[in-house]
Design a binder for this molecule. Structure first.
Ligand code: 13P
Ligand code: SF4
Length: 302
């Protein structure tokens, strides 16, 4: 079946069954074209809350589907490809956090949204890459324990120097894989391009950037900028999406390493199958929903 035919079939089933499809911005174009909503990890969860549909299919990674379920516990939430997980979220050692909490009992524990529900349940407040600086700045406690991304944590620490921020080890293997030399080479190859990077990149790479922001913030910046050339320091898919949206501008990947296999895992056939009964329904204990939900609601209300 051609991509177009499969997309038509997906749109038909989606309408018939009243299903809402959410796609993270890193998903392939053939998926974002049939999605009801495409956005960064935080925007996806709040979009699910607003839809009237009772079933939501998530094309992204597991923590995104979990966040949707936590915020919309009465909806049926399906992860289109059950193997798609975020290694940074899933490899974090929960015992390390429990130990750090014992060691620093007076610290406010801040979790990046790229965490499992079990980790969120142990934290005080959640942040996304776009909201992290403003939320941490507003926390009354000067002592912060931040998990699980040391690069985002370092970026926040630089932006909010008045806080004492302890960062527990972890990073995104994709963004942190871009080395300083890669960025220097890219800049030298495209001297007129603005460098836009995600704060999951190494501190040295973020320091070289003209703009540091979340996936959506990078896209908005590039779309609204009067400049014509950009080096994109986040997942390669964003280069392609921006090129479609802004055909009069030129976008280059900061590095060929910026490909997240987990984000690439979901295919159009996976989405089709998820609409017809495959995929994985996210099932969570109500106590876990409640505990992890507190930390997400604090983020939304802050
Ligand atoms: P955003 O919160 O910017 O969507 O990022 C999610 C992610 O996984 C980045 O690698
Ligand atoms: Fe996780 Fe990094 Fe992939 Fe985002 S790009 S899902 S942080 S591994």
């Amino acid at each position: 079946m051609t991509i177009r035919k499969l997309q038509d079939e997906i749109l038909k089933i989606k309408e018939e069954r009243g299903v809402c499809i959410l796609a993270h911005s890193y998903q392939a174009k053939e998926i974002t074209e049939v999605a009801d909503f495409t956005g960064d990890s935080f925007a996806l969860s709040t979009a699910a809350e607003k839809t009237a549909a009772n079933t939501v299919v998530v094309c992204g990674v597991r923590f995104m589907a979990e966040t949707v379920k936590i915020l919309s516990p009465d909806k049926k939430v399906v992860l289109a490809n059950p193997n798609a997980g975020c290694p940074m979220a899933e490899n974090f050692d929960i015992e390390m956090l429990e130990e750090a909490k014992r060691q620093y009992p007076d610290y406010t524990v801040v979790a990046y949204i790229n965490t499992t529900a079990k980790l969120k349940a142990l934290c005080d407040v959640c942040v996304t890459s776009s909201s992290a600086v403003s939320i941490v700045r507003k926390i009354e406690n000067p002592n912060i324990l931040f998990i699980p991304d040391c690069n985002l944590g370092n970026y926040i620490a630089g932006m909010v120097p008045e806080k004492n921020i302890k960062i527990l080890q972890g990073n995104c293997p994709i963004h942190a894989g871009v080395e300083l030399q890669d960025a220097e080479l890219a800049r030298a190859s495209h001297p007129d391009a603005l460098l836009l990077v995600h704060p999951e990149c190494l501190p040295g790479v973020s320091k070289m950037a003209d703009f540091v922001g979340s996936t959506s913030a990078i896209m908005d910046y590039a779309v609204n900028s009067p400049e014509k050339e950009f080096l994109i320091g986040t997942e390669m898919s964003i280069v392609h999406h921006l090129q479609y949206r802004c055909p009069d501008k030129v976008f280059y990947p900061l590095s060929g390493k910026l490909v997240c296999p987990d984000m690439r895992m979901t295919s159009l056939p996976d989405l089709y199958l998820a609409l017809t009964g495959a995929g994985e329904e996210i099932v969570m204990d109500p106590e876990l929903i409640n505990a992890a939900g507190k930390c997400i609601h604090r983020m939304i209300n802050s």
